[in-house]
Ligand binder design. Structure first.
Ligand SMILES: *Cc1c(COP(=O)(O)O)cnc(C)c1O
Length: 397
């Protein structure tokens, strides 16, 4: 049989033959204790996991699906997307080491690096988000043990040349970890490009319904897999069977949702890009956008998350835009079925090298609604934005 697509593979895993009469989805097992019928088999574990911490049926199946999706040797589940990044960093770094990442790294990851890691003798360094491959490599020192990659980066959506960076790091003995939440294991496969660890927030597209928090970690090299396994085990990380069950339900429709949302996102990005109120749309799949060439070369698809840089404006105008919308929820996170909007200008203050944007930064997550309806809603938002701008121009009474 010719190789099958992700779309087929993620579903055919559920209908695999030879497992007897059973429901399509694994029964939901809630368990701390797992009972055995035989003391010998209980001791050698040949009946399967003997304790809930070792994973119930849905978690085991989800791990297998994630291993296959990311092309790893194994995959691990942790309680949040944030933990999917902090666990490999904890596993791979020792006191005295240095970790380098982009200044545009996901905010809570930055906090983990500057607070938790720093307190344990591990220095975090941040390179400018738009740094070239050469500049990033030049920033590595003999103490740099790990390079953490995020592409596109959070909020400002800069792209990096992941294959070139990962290959150069491997040559120098620097380990690479990539936060692959945007790529979701569909649009980009870090492990196939020499990256050592692929982490993603399953909270986002895999869950897909804004009803769970979970992280997935995948790796290929035996020593890296072992280091992560030991950290997960030693720290006692675990995900609830209910959440694993929901994530497994989500993963069956992941490619369809991801592609449909990307199609809508591109249509909306094009529309916004042509609007006089908008200075720039930060969305690598958009032709002409920053990072488009690298995205086209390396990615097979796209997430539906974008930055919208307005022409000027202030907080009042950004809030007026957001209040005027009726179809976009005001909320953090992304990857669910619903469209969301956030005002991101305040978050940029945490950066060392903040991007020089000509106006307010909004972030849109495009969901599964009809894109025509979303565009009509955004039109209303832009009208409110203009009204607020005009009221700023009125002389005081
Ligand atoms: C949301 C997000 C995370 C964290 O996921 P949680 O499940 O919310 O902890 C990590 N990285 C990126 C890029 C994210 O957007």
């Amino acid at each position: 049989m010719p190789p099958i697509s992700d779309r087929t593979r993620l579903i055919s895993g559920a209908t695999r033959r030879g497992r007897g009469r059973r429901p399509v989805n694994p029964p939901l097992e809630r368990a701390s204790t797992m009972l055995s019928d035989d003391p010998a088999r209980m001791q050698d574990g040949s009946d399967g996991p003997v304790y809930g911490l070792d994973g119930t049926s849905a978690a085991r199946e989800l791990r297998a699906v994630l291993t296959q999706l990311e092309g790893g040797a194994d995959a691990f589940l942790v309680p949040s997307g944030l933990a999917a990044v902090t666990v490999p960093l904890t596993a791979l770094l020792r006191p005295g080491d240095e970790v380098l990442t982009t200044d545009a790294v996901y905010g809570p990851t930055r906090r983990f690096m500057t607070r938790h890691l720093a307190a344990r003798g591990i220095d975090a360094r941040f390179h400018p988000a738009a740094a070239s491959t050469e500049a990033i490599l030049a920033a590595l020192t003999p103490r740099t043990r790990v390079l953490l990659i995020e592409a596109p980066a959070s909020l400002s959506f800069e792209m990096t040349d992941v294959p070139a960076l990962a290959a150069a790091c491997r040559e120098r003995g620097v380990l690479t970890v990539m936060d692959n939440t945007w790529g979701a294991g569909l649009a980009f496969r870090p492990l196939a490009h020499d990256v050592d660890v692929s982490a993603q927030a399953l909270t986002k597209y895999v869950g897909g319904h804004s009803d769970l928090l979970m992280g997935g970690i995948s790796a290929r090299a035996p020593d890296v897999v072992r280091a992560i396994a030991h950290t997960v085990e030693d720290m006692g990380w675990h995900v609830s069977p209910d959440d694993a069950w929901l994530a497994l339900r989500g993963v069956r429709t992941l490619p369809l949702r991801y592609e449909a949302q990307a199609r809508s996102a591109l249509e909306i990005a094009r529309w916004l890009n042509a609007r006089p109120e908008v200075a720039e749309v930060l969305y690598p799949p958009l032709p002409g956008a920053v990072g488009h060439d690298l995205w086209r070369r390396d990615f097979d698809g796209a997430a539906s998350l974008m930055g919208v840089v307005m022409k000027g404006g202030d907080t009042a105008a950004a809030h007026a835009f957001m209040r005027a919308l009726s179809l976009f929820g005001m909320g953090y996170s992304w990857g669910g079925f619903e469209s969301l909007i956030t005002h991101e200008t305040p978050q940029l203050a945490h950066r060392q090298h903040a991007p020089d944007l000509p106006g307010q930064l909004l972030r849109l997550h495009i969901g599964l609604e009809d894109p025509g309806d979303l565009i009509a809603d955004l039109e209303t938002g832009l009208k409110a934005w203009r009204a607020q701008q005009d009221s700023n121009l009125q002389p005081p009474a």
